[in-house]
Design a protein around this ligand. Sequence first.
Ligand code: AMP
Ligand code: ZN
Length: 463
Amino acid sequence: MGWGGNAARVRLFDTLTREVVPLEPVDGKSFRFYCCGPTVYGPAHIGNFRTFVMQDVLRRVLELGGMKTKHVRNITDVDDKTIRDSVAAGRTLKEFTAQWRDKFHDDCVSLNCLKPHVEPSAVEHVPEQIAMIEELVEKGHAYASGDGSVYFKISSFPEYGKLSRLDTRELDLGKTQNARANSDEYEKDNVADFVLWKGRREEDGSNFWESPWGQGRPGWHLECSAMILKYLGKSFDLHSGGEDLVFPHHENELAQSKCSCGGDFARHWFHSTHLLVNGKKMAKSSGTLYTLGDLAEEGWSAMEVRYVLVGANYRKQLNFTIESLHAAREAMGKLARAADGRVAPGYRELAKGGDLGVFARAVEKLNEDLNTAAALGELFGNLKKAESEADWRGFFTVLAALGLVLPEPEGVEVPGEISELARLRWEARQSKDWEASDRYRDELAAKGWVVKDGRDSYEVEPA
Ligand code: AMP
Ligand code: ZN
């Protein structure tokens, strides 16, 4: 069923075809998708969470539309950065990454992100990664180099570069024939055979495994291909990450997977645009990197951060500022006041579907390429019209799709000057100085406030 009584037709921009396409499960049953997860060497920042929240919104929109999903998201706990920082901290890789994985999970809970159905860890899938490399070597797509490392031969895969649209200048295969990228990250200008297995190096400390090519460890790009094969198979519905992952990470995954086991790999690709802070890339060095913890210290809730993140369409640039958090607080307060104590039905209940009243158009905006900004526009635009049960179901369905939980409606904040006048009036009344008491009452009225007296106390409210 799903919202509006119809199975939703969710459409999304596909990075591979550069077209907005309908999303339907390949197997006709459940929409199976994979998200590249966090690299757990420190706390995730709110830029990472733009991507994770948008993936969460996609899942919610599909599920509330009546579709079943299978959501797999990995934990990157063995790569250049996790090894480097765990060695520097003098801790085992396992201990070091566990603390940051737990922190990531706590942040996901605060942000109201649904838990993936499967969350595999890279370090626990080394045998699967070795098996994939063996397959690639056997089929002539990979070769061992002298130092115990193994590289993927990109000239063996004619489709290489299709996803990230490498042009012929970048993809000068003659040039790449002798070029190799041994580090996990590199730019488009340095297209090269990339590393699948890294021969053991001293700086990796005790982080090495036995393999047919000697001791070493897997390269970063391989883990997702191996875990996808295990949990989603050769062909699945959608693959996702932030825009920085298109090249080289996803291009490399595609090459490894298609060359080792055949199949279509991902049918669709979903990438979200990076979050900027004060117009710049998020970076610790320029003081523009925020975690949820940093913002909590300034009094901002995770839900206010989520509101900012869903406030822009995922394909548009989003510039994070503290002002945007103020606006989020105000907007959420307005929604909470409109809801006026109504309790949101549960997620499963909403997923059963039904008439969405005046908010049906807001849902259409979400179905059409996850236009979260337009959906919020529709939500506010129709707030005053909400009356019927269907309208309120629609209201809470849109909020559930965006993953927003409204704050408890608060009492109105009384300015200090007003509470002082009210106190003076109360004192005058206690001493039966009616003239002074009336004067304070008139002064309060002129400022738009009234006082209601009880037997032993009083309350001040907007007039
Ligand atoms: P990482 O922990 O670096 O592996 O990144 C986790 C996810 O966050 C990946 O999907 C990245 O593409 C994404 N990401 C990194 N930086 C940003 C950013 N500034 N805005 C949005 N997504 C980002
Ligand atoms: Zn990945």
